[in-house]
Design a binder for this molecule. Sequence first.
Ligand code: ZN
Length: 298
Amino acid sequence: MRIEDFLFDHDIEFKTKGKNIGKGNIGIKCIYCNDKSNHLAIKKNNGVFYCLKCGERGNMISLIVDLLSVSKREAIKTSSKYDGISESHGSPARSCQPVSISWDTVMPPLNEKFLPSPHKKYLEKRKFNPDFLQWKYNLSTPKIYNVGDWKHRIIIPYFDKKKIITYSGRSISENPKLKYFHLSEKKCIRTPKQVLYGLEFCSKNIMLVEGVTDVWAIGDGAVALSGKQLTPDQEILLLEHNPKKVYILLDPDAIEQAKDIANRIRNFTNVEILSLLRGDPAEQDQNCLNKIKYLLKK
Ligand SMILES: [Zn+2]
């Protein structure tokens, strides 16, 4: 809302829906590349931006510096007039921090600006675009990333209604003992099993998948169960969302669990079980992923 006020006041054309504009984003013509149609996406909730065309990214302060050709100090002054734009990197961890938990005492200081190169390489090897994922899903690492509980892990925040409710760390090692390190139950507001990762990016059709990397691979419409079961809390969230159709796409070893989920939600929504011949969704080729994405757009 406030970012829109800023753009309006400065006569900068923007769009909140239409071509290239994802849910929760504001699109403007990118000033960093030869862009003709609103590829620069600004997240409404925190002002972090990413150009879908040239990959330039930053926060509202850096954008104001470049848009208005002003100093950083002036940009901060300008931004202070618009509540939704803050001087921080724009991490929801700060702006949406719930009073009951102080993440600062629970989490190591995070580097939210960029992923270090070992973490980027890990994602690239799995055919992800690290910069895009970091922007879209607010990924980070500890500032000192080679010691402590979170060492060599990509830190993934879980959101519920725009608030961070917990974090987990995905190992970037080749054969880790623990693929995911979750915050203990005591330290988080809700656990990954109590939310649906990716729900904020869903509209009419939803696809239930097992893990966050499956969500990253499929994109908008996919939500992760963080396991093979749909918990009662997740079931409520799913039905509250009121989807037109729910696809269930678990790994090939979880057909029974998929049937169980389908039976539980069949009375509330249209449901279909999909199956892969091998591997999880994140391991499929682009052709297969496109077919999956197409189902969600229908
Ligand atoms: Zn651009």
